[in-house]
Design a protein around this ligand. Structure first.
Ligand SMILES: [Zn+2]
Length: 482
């Protein structure tokens, strides 16, 4: 009897201990931010029909190989330079429609020979800048990009048909549509809409743009690279999923020093690079603008799948150029690629159609990707910047967690902060606690069992990506001299 009683008591104690897990009993479960009616209206203007026109026009340049800029005898309206001219015209037209709100740039440079470039080759990056309306925040920038060059089976062919409808006219269409609909609005921070070339030869255009951004001291807080976002539709393929888009992000920052990597390893911070926090922010924006029907939380019509790796096997992309320059950057790519429709000569072989043809692109799917990109850009440019110097004060052994951070530059009145956390084994934020005043808080949640983040929220509810806090005693000494 006695044994029975004590077992029952034991069960009851375990039960109550479970109910009081500190990481769940404090704070609130994460909920989506409120939708901004202005952003909601803007993304409704993204048009699958315009995306179809954009992609069809880009395919119409026949072959957009970067190397074709050296060909002087191309028929008029063919080749990468004709495509560059057209993209520039599009940005200029959008700017004319908003009273000159976009600064349109054509950055022309000569790429010196490398493994896939045999002779000096002119490359043009085209981009449009929507300058932030708040002088205190305009230096903060977010950029969306796709590559407008294309290729067929050979990396050197400038004459064969290389439609590049999915790879990557689809990504260029995302930049163009984002520019078209967002240029009608004003945001405190700055947006850049880009189309680059030289990707197929070795990320040359993006590397040039990322290096330029670094040299110019651009405060680039996020880069969205869209490459192969066409939702390839091969008849008979049942494994393509039009409800999702993959978002790839690096785990440990490409630019982390040995000392930083040691610290990341100690803290279990391998999944909290600024790029990864950007990916989580994209997932959060999606829950706001593509909400699931009430009571059916797992039935969103369109949502990102965060891929916790830099890119797919054997492949690379323009986001990596930005990572190498020290900027947070992610890659959007359709769920399932059909490699018969990428980097292939247009032909039929054994009854199989090869080639990156527009007939395999789902323009409605591209429109969903563009809506998610535009909603993310608009949210990031509306929200205050990410908190800086986020830190966990670790002066003594303590089951509470003391966090401190500094306000981001130009944070407007009404900015408050949200401390977010998740189990160390969970992929995304689970709980939050809002700090209405100040940049310091102590939570009755043990830092040993969760990963914390701190994000900024403005009066209207726009949220920044989270900052990963490092222990304060590691922040104090200066970083080692290079
Ligand atoms: Zn590509």
């Amino acid at each position: 009897m006695r044994t029975l009683l004590s077992s029952a008591l034991c069960v009851a104690l375990i039960g109550s201990a479970a109910a009081q897990m500190d990481n769940r009993s404090f704070g609130k479960p994460i909920t989506p931010a409120p939708a901004d009616p202005q952003i909601q209206a803007a993304i409704q203007k993204i048009s699958a029909q315009r995306i179809q026109q954009d992609i069809t026009t880009l395919v119409g340049f026949h072959n957009r190989s970067t190397l074709s800029s050296n060909d002087k005898d191309l028929p008029k309206g063919q080749g990468v330079l004709a495509a560059a001219d057209w993209i520039e015209q599009q940005f200029r037209a959008y700017s004319a429609a908003c009273g000159g709100c976009l600064a349109v740039k054509r950055d022309t440079f000569t790429q010196q020979p490398g493994s896939r470039v045999k002779q000096p080759t002119v490359i043009n990056n085209i981009y449009a800048v929507l300058r932030g309306s708040d002088p205190a925040q305009a230096s903060r920038m977010y950029l969306v990009t796709g590559h407008y060059d294309s290729r067929d089976s050979s990396n050197e062919d400038t004459r064969g048909t290389a439609p590049g409808a999915n790879d990557d006219a689809s990504g260029v269409a995302v930049s163009l549509e984002s520019a078209r609909v967002l240029s009608k609005l004003h945001f405190p921070a700055t947006l850049v809409f880009a189309a680059v070339a030289g990707e197929e030869q070795g990320l040359y255009g993006s590397r040039h743009l990322a290096d330029y951004a670094k040299q110019q001291g651009w405060n680039l807080e996020g880069v969205l690279n869209n490459d192969i976002v066409g939702g390839n539709t091969t008849p008979g393929d049942t494994l393509q999923n039009k409800n999702v888009v993959r978002v790839f992000s690096e785990g440990i920052p490409s630019t982390a020093s040995e000392q930083q990597i040691r610290m990341i390893r100690m803290l279990g911070g391998e999944s909290d690079s600024p790029s990864r926090e950007l990916a989580r922010e994209i997932a959060g924006v999606d829950r706001t603008y593509f909400p699931a029907p009430a009571g059916e939380p797992n039935t969103q019509v369109f949502h990102p799948v965060m891929e916790f790796r830099l890119d797919r096997y054997l492949r690379g992309g323009d986001h990596y150029s930005f990572n190498l320059a020290g900027f947070p950057a992610v890659r959007f790519t359709e769920w399932r690629e059909d490699f018969n429709h990428q980097h292939q000569n247009v032909r039929v072989e054994n009854g199989i159609q090869y080639g990156d043809l527009p007939q395999y692109v789902d323009f409605k799917y591209v429109a969903h990707v563009a809506q998610l990109n535009a909603a993310t850009l608009a949210t990031l440019a509306s929200a205050p910047g990410t908190p800086v110097n986020a830190r966990i004060i670790t002066q003594k052994l303590d089951n509470n967690t003391e966090l401190a951070w500094d306000a981001p530059a130009g944070a407007p009145a009404g900015t408050r902060y949200q401390i977010v956390w998740r189990d160390t084994a969970a992929p995304d934020w689970q709980f939050s606690h809002t700090v209405e005043n100040g940049t310091h808080a102590t939570l009755p949640v043990s830092k040993d069992n969760v990963i914390f983040g701190v994000r900024s929220v403005d009066a209207a509810g726009h949220r920044s990506p989270a900052a990963f806090p490092f222990p304060a005693r590691f922040l104090t000494p200066p970083l080692p001299k290079k």
